[in-house]
Write a protein of this length. Structure first.
Length: 262
């Protein structure tokens, strides 16, 4: 461990996920690493936070980390709790991941990994989210090396504190990435996304699944970059305002009806 950079690591696959553990191992070679991650799988939770039950944080051992907590909430909970209570004033950068599976295009709206990073930038802490574009068993050693190298590089570059960097690394089907592409979010659609089934007692239930259709993505989208074997880096801002539409809406002459007498 060297230098003064203090990194908080989180994820949505759980504190014992191999992607997180390999990431901590490699980041700790040049920074002090703190961990606050869910105590179990929290994938596809988006930016959910826990409001109707208490959060619990239990110390766990993650090799390479100065201190680590397993948190009973979502990735956004983990980051908020860590920055505001567990490690107040101690976090320079948040790194979320390495996620098992891609977080590309419109899927970032569902992603707990990306939301953990987004919570950081909402709290004025810069953040990076990493995903490995592979859903099966994979070795995270090489992706973690690439991720730690990219962290050490981007940390020395200026970028707005209210913007996160969403980074996707091609899966093991790609021998080694061809390079890095700076990208925009693509679009992913799901075909047959809702499957209707019956249980043994004749009751109906539904399973969210479906096949991904991302065939209409071209350069410079993140989907295209990963398909071509590149690491994609997409800057993401939490301001969802459609500024192009503002002037148009102003011409609609919107008003409210007159107040009815009591």
């Amino acid at each position: 461990m060297g230098g003064n950079l203090r990194i908080l690591v989180t994820n949505d696959d759980g504190i014992f996920a191999p992607g997180l553990n390999q990431l901590v191992k490699h980041l700790s070679s040049f920074a002090e690493v703190l961990v606050a991650a869910p105590d179990r799988e929290r994938s596809a939770t988006g930016h959910a936070i826990t409001m109707h039950e208490p959060l619990r944080a239990v110390e766990r051992d993650v090799p390479g980390a100065t201190k680590s907590y397993a948190v009973s909430g979502t990735p956004a909970d983990c980051v908020k709790l860590a920055i505001e209570s567990l490690f107040p004033g101690e976090v320079d950068l948040v790194v979320s991941g390495i996620n098992r599976g891609a977080n590309l295009g419109t899927d970032v709206l569902y992603s707990g990994t990306v939301s953990g990073a987004l919570e950081a930038v909402m709290l004025d802490v810069p953040a990076v989210a990493f995903s490995l574009c592979h859903y099966g068993q994979a070795c995270y050693e090489q992706p973690a090396k690439l991720a730690s190298y990219l962290v050490s590089t981007v940390w020395n570059q200026p970028w707005p504190a209210d913007t996160l960097l969403n980074i996707n690394i091609p899966g093991p089907e790609c021998d080694y990435p061809k390079g890095v592409k700076v990208t925009v979010l693509g679009r992913r659609r799901y075909q047959n996304a809702v499957q209707r089934r019956e249980d043994p007692w004749g009751g109906t239930y539904y399973w969210l699944a479906g096949d991904i259709d991302d065939s209409d993505n071209a350069e410079p989208t993140d989907v295209w970059a990963v398909q071509q074997g590149y690491v994609s880096i997409t800057p993401i801002h939490f301001d969802l305002t459609d500024y192009k539409l503002l002037k148009t809406i102003e011409t609609w002459q919107l008003s409210l009806p007159g107040k009815e007498p009591k």
